[in-house]
Design a protein around this ligand. Structure first.
Ligand SMILES: [Zn+2]
Length: 453
C-alpha cells in the first residue's frame, strides 16, 4: 500500500466533507429520541439511515442489531489488512428530547447554519460524532489502512440500558485493539482534547418524619419540630462553610495539570454576578477531581398549597459526583451513613440508595495515545491537545473498558464549550468538526503498521 502523507489524508477529508455534511443534515432531520414515550419508529428510521450512510461510505458489512428491550444499533465492519490493528469507532445516533421549543431560535430538527455553526438537535451530540467516523472512512474510499468496526448506538441518551448485554452478546463482532469513543468534546475552539477522566455518581433519597400527620403550626409550633425544617438541616450538613463536600471518607484525586480561568467558567455556567463559587482548590480540581454533592429535588407541600401546618414528612434526592479513583459502593455507604446520622431532634429517617456509576481514569500513555496526539496537533494546526477531565459521567466508558480490557480507549468528540448539548439551540462549530474529521482520518493512518504506511 502506498504511504499517504498527512497532507494527502487532510486533502482527502476536505474532498469528501461536502458529502459528509449532507449526511449530517439528513441525520439531524430524524427526531431519534429513544426516551420512553417518544416515537421509537424514528429511532428505527435513524438506524436505517446510519446503515445506509455506512454502506455508501464503502463499509461492506453493515447490520442493524439490538438485544431484547434495546434500541437498534448499527454495526459496520471493514476487515483489517493483514497485520493491522482493528479500531472500533463509537458514536450514538439517538438524541435528547427538544425540551421547551420556545427556547429554540431555529427548528430543532431542521439543520440551519448561522455563521460558523450548524444548529439542530443532535448536530453536535452525537450526530457530529457519527459523521466524523463516516468522514474518516470516506476519506479512504472505504479502505482504511486498519480494520474498522463502526458501532453506532441508539440509546446512549437514556443511559445505555442494554449496552452491557449488547457488548457481551456481540463481543466477537465488536472486539478491537483501539476504541475511539467520539461523544465528548474539545477544550475550546482551536484547542483539541482527549478526555482522560470522568467522575462517577451515587445518588440516594432521604426521607424525614416527625409527626403521624400534619398539625396546626400555631397550636404546636415552637415545641414540635416539622419534617421540612428537619430535612433542610440535614441537607445543610452536606457542605462545610467553604462549600466543600462534608461527607467524611470520600476520595479526592488531587490537582489537575490544567487551569480554567474563572471568567470562562462563569460565562459557560451562567452563574449570576455576585454569586460566589464554592469549594477549595483550582476550578478544574473541584470540577473533575473532587466529589460534589447536590440536592436535586424535594418532595414537600408546594408554596401554592402551603397551609399553616407543621409538615409531617419530607423527602429529598441527593446526587453525589465521585472523584476518579473512588470506590462507588464505599461512596454510597458514606453518603447514606452521613444522612442517617445527621438528622437532628430524634426525627425518624429513612435513607434509600439510588443509581451508582463508577468514575473512570484513563492511563493515556503509549503509542496509541502518541498517535492520537500527533493527529490532533496536525489537524489543529499545531495546537497541543489537552488531557481533559469532565465533571460528569459517561457510564459507557467503564462498560467498554470492562468488555475490552486490553484495548486502548480514546475518548474524543466534536463538542466545543458553546455546543449546548442537551439544551436549546444545540449547535456544531463547523470548523472544529472539520478538524475532528481530519484528526480521525489521520489517526487511522497513523495506527497502521509501518509497512502499510
Ligand atoms: Zn452524546
Amino acid at each position: 500500500m502506498s504511504t499517504p502523507s498527512d497532507a494527502d489524508v487532510t486533502a482527502a477529508v476536505d474532498r469528501v466533507l461536502p458529502e459528509v455534511r449532507a449526511d449530517l443534515e439528513r441525520l439531524v432531520r430524524v427526531p431519534s429520541v429513544a426516551f420512553p414515550g417518544f416515537d421509537h419508529e424514528q429511532v428505527r428510521r435513524s438506524a436505517e439511515l446510519v446503515a445506509e450512510l455506512c454502506r455508501s461510505a464503502g463499509v461492506p458489512d453493515v447490520q442493524i442489531l439490538s438485544v431484547e428491550g434495546g434500541q437498534p444499533a448499527v454495526v459496520g465492519r471493514i476487515p483489517a489488512p493483514p497485520g493491522a490493528p482493528t479500531v472500533l469507532l463509537y458514536a450514538h445516533h439517538d438524541v435528547q428530547p427538544v425540551g421547551d421549543e420556545s427556547g429554540w431560535h431555529t427548528a430543532a430538527f431542521e439543520p440551519t447554519q448561522q455563521g460558523e455553526r450548524l444548529y439542530g438537535r443532535g448536530a453536535a451530540d452525537d450526530k457530529a460524532g457519527v459523521t466524523a467516523h463516516l468522514a474518516a472512512i470516506r476519506a479512504f474510499d472505504g479502505r482504511p489502512p486498519v480494520g474498522v468496526t463502526l458501532f453506532i448506538e441508539g440509546e446512549e441518551e437514556c443511559g445505555s440500558p442494554t449496552l452491557e448485554r449488547f457488548l457481551h452478546e456481540y463481543a466477537a463482532l465488536l472486539t478491537a485493539d483501539v476504541l475511539v469513543l467520539a461523544d465528548s468534546g474539545n477544550w475550546d475552539v482551536g484547542t483539541p482534547a482527549l478526555t482522560t477522566s470522568l467522575r462517577g455518581l451515587a445518588d440516594c433519597y432521604v426521607e424525614v418524619r416527625t409527626l403521624e400527620h400534619a398539625v396546626h403550626s400555631g397550636m404546636y409550633g415552637g415545641v414540635v419540630p416539622d419534617a421540612l425544617t428537619t430535612l433542610c438541616r440535614v441537607l445543610a450538613t452536606l457542605h462545610d462553610e467553604q462549600g466543600n463536600v462534608a461527607v467524611p471518607g470520600l476520595h479526592e484525586a488531587g490537582p489537575t495539570g490544567v487551569e480554567m480561568p474563572e471568567k470562562r467558567l462563569r460565562e459557560e455556567s451562567s452563574v449570576l454576578d455576585g454569586v460566589q463559587l464554592v469549594g477549595t482548590g483550582s476550578i478544574t480540581e473541584r470540577n473533575w477531581n473532587k466529589p460534589a454533592v447536590t440536592v436535586i429535588g424535594i418532595d414537600c407541600p408546594s408554596v401554592q398549597n402551603a397551609s399553616n401546618t407543621l409538615v409531617a414528612s419530607a423527602r429529598a434526592k441527593v446526587s453525589l459526583r465521585l472523584a476518579p479513583g473512588q470506590d462507588p459502593e464505599a461512596a454510597m455507604t458514606a453518603l447514606l451513613e452521613h444522612l442517617r446520622t445527621h438528622v437532628e431532634w430524634g426525627a425518624s429517617v429513612t435513607v434509600t440508595r439510588g443509581e451508582l456509576g463508577a468514575p473512570y481514569q484513563i492511563d493515556a500513555t503509549g503509542p496509541v495515545f502518541d498517535a492520537a496526539r500527533d493527529a490532533f496537533r496536525t489537524a489543529w494546526d499545531g495546537a497541543a491537545p489537552v488531557d481533559m477531565g469532565i465533571g460528569g459521567s459517561i457510564p459507557f466508558v467503564a462498560e467498554f473498558a470492562d468488555a475490552f480490557p486490553s484495548a486502548a480507549i480514546l475518548v474524543t468528540g466534536v463538542e466545543d464549550p458553546d455546543a449546548r448539548a442537551h439544551g436549546a439551540n444545540e449547535s456544531l462549530h463547523l470548523g472544529e468538526w472539520r478538524r475532528a474529521c481530519v484528526a480521525e482520518a489521520l489517526l487511522l493512518a497513523k495506527l497502521a503498521p509501518a509497512s502499510e504506511r
